[in-house]
Design a protein around this ligand. Structure first.
Ligand code: SF4
Length: 499
């Protein structure tokens, strides 16, 4: 795998196919008496979500409209993840469900992309068992979609174009559809060089390649000017941003430059790596209030010997030093993490070390996983795999401890008034809104009677009340109740009057 910078010319060649595709799509729509539709099904991480936003951007550029989930679209893309076994199983299950639908709509275009396509066995399986899939392409081939669609239009045969190269494209030149009108996902780098022994990402996403800070900052300025309140800076390991590029600025410097751009209420970033996070990042977060008061710092294990076997390049002491420095410098902020239980060779003592670190850092919440043996990773061949019943028992103890800490963390803000960036209607009830604090805490809240906005009284019990109308607004919410994974509250006032 080698990094290949895609030139402007090459990208323009792909984008130059868009007008032809647009003409074809509109003519086909006229023939069918309806606009042609698309659906992108996304699995996995926010980088996959960001890739899907580009696929949707290209689809909308050629004149397709998004279909409803239950409808049979004309263009369907599965953007896959292969981080854990169940992701693969889900993909093939869902793909199977479209066999009959393709029979109903012979012109339907079905494609599969994303990390699973970088594993030959998955391509072979699709070639053999899913003859109705028209195309497969890789996670760094998204910019080639116009060419793949054009090739499919000109020839009936199936297209399997999963590049070996790790492409780096100027994302500013690819159409993108940000799914939320207040939040933009902004990849700052792709790939990973860490080769943690349980992880497939370095084999599917390739080597680390940073976008230029000039491109990123120009994209951020455009987003701020277009009214986006929140940006999520994305990378498998944001802390090694710029290290692969001579003369490029550090992640801390990029974060600072982003924070200086007027208009952003929230600068968020994901994912940090304990081996690379610098103290400078922590002090930069402290200095700029519009950088989120939250650090997601995947620990994976609290045992230094297991961390060594995971090839994580830090030990318990180093992890604690970083986490406790963050706790000291930003006492009101939240710290979350990822933890794997049942890694090969994990003894009861190793597991205890994980529980000890959790007790010390008191994570505000954690993504917890049972070890998943992934073909092609080093740890998959380790002899000392842990029996499932032992993993399940330990996982139970881990959840018990972490859930108590998460609830205690939520309880600690009851009675306080928090600034919330509203995300829209909650999943619980039409008159309940949802949003997040600046420390990434999930808040579900109601608007009490008597609250006014632009001089108009808001009545959340009215039949035409639409919580999504408040998406992207800032509000002060008094927290009234703690729940296991969120808090409840009542709106006190809107912070930002313009909608
Ligand atoms: S840092 Fe490790 S766990 Fe994260 S993507 Fe890279 S190899 Fe995977």
């Amino acid at each position: 795998m080698s990094t290949v910078i895609v030139s402007q010319d090459e990208l323009s060649r792909y984008n130059s196919l868009i007008p032809m595709l647009k003409k074809h799509i509109s003519e086909a729509g006229i023939d069918r008496g309806r606009p042609l539709t698309y659906l992108v099904k996304t699995y996995g991480c926010q980088l996959n979500e960001s890739d899907s936003e580009k696929i949707e951007g290209i689809f909308q550029e050629i004149g397709l409209v998004e279909a409803k989930e239950e409808e049979t679209p004309d263009f369907l893309i599965f953007n896959t993840c292969t981080i854990r076994e169940n992701a693969d199983i889900r993909l093939f299950g869902n793909l199977g469900a479209y066999k009959s639908r393709k029979k109903e709509n012979r012109d339907m275009f079905i494609a599969v992309c994303g990390c699973m396509m970088k594993q030959q066995e998955n391509i072979d399986r699709i070639k053999k068992s899913f003859p109705y899939v028209d195309a497969c392409f890789g996670p760094s081939d998204i910019h080639m979609l116009p060419k793949i669609l054009a090739n499919k239009l000109n020839q009936r045969k199936r297209i399997f174009s999963v590049s070996e190269e790790d492409y780096l494209v100027d994302d500013n030149d690819i159409p993108v559809l940000h799914k939320r009108k207040f939040r933009a996902l902004v990849p700052i780098m792709y790939g990973c060089n860490n080769f943690c022994t349980y992880c497939v990402v370095p084999y599917t996403r390739g080597r680390e390649r940073s976008r230029s800070s000039e491109q990123i900052l120009s994209q951020l300025r455009d987003l701020a000017a277009s009214g986006y309140k929140e940006v999520m800076l994305l990378g498998q390991n944001v802390n090694s941003y710029g290290k692969d590029k001579e003369g490029e600025i550090s992640f801390a410097k990029l974060l600072e430059e982003a924070a200086k751009i007027p208009g952003f209420s929230r600068i968020r970033f994901m994912t940090s790596h304990p081996k690379d996070i610098s103290e400078e990042v922590i002090y930069t977060m402290k200095k700029y209030p519009n950088i989120e008061r939250h650090l997601h710092l995947p620990m994976q294990s609290g045992s230094s010997s297991i961390l060594k076997r995971m090839n994580r390049h830090y030990d318990q002491e180093q992890y604690l030093k970083t986490a406790m420095l963050f706790r000291k410098e930003l006492p009101d902020a939240t710290v979350t993490t990822d933890i794997i239980v049942g890694f090969p060779g994990e003894t009861e003592e190793d597991f205890q070390a994980t529980l000890d670190v959790i007790e010390k850092v008191k994570f505000d919440s954690a993504f917890t996983f049972q070890y998943s043996r992934r073909p092609g990773t080093k740890a998959a061949d380790y002899p000392d795999q842990i029996p499932q019943d032992v993993v399940t028992e330990r996982f139970g103890r881990l959840l018990e401890l972490q859930n108590a800490l998460t609830f205690a963390s939520n309880e600690s803000v009851v009675g306080k008034t928090e600034e919330i960036l509203i995300e829209g209607k909650s999943a619980t009830a039409p008159d309940v809104l949802t949003g997040r604090t600046n420390s990434n805490r999930l808040v579900n809240f109601r608007i009490p009677a008597g609250i006014e906005l632009n001089g108009k009284k808001i009545d959340s019990s009215a039949p035409d009340f639409d919580a999504d109308e408040f998406e992207g607004m800032l509000a002060n919410v008094r927290i009234t109740r703690a729940k296991p994974y969120s808090v409840e509250g009542e709106l006190e006032s809107f912070i930002d009057e313009s909608r």
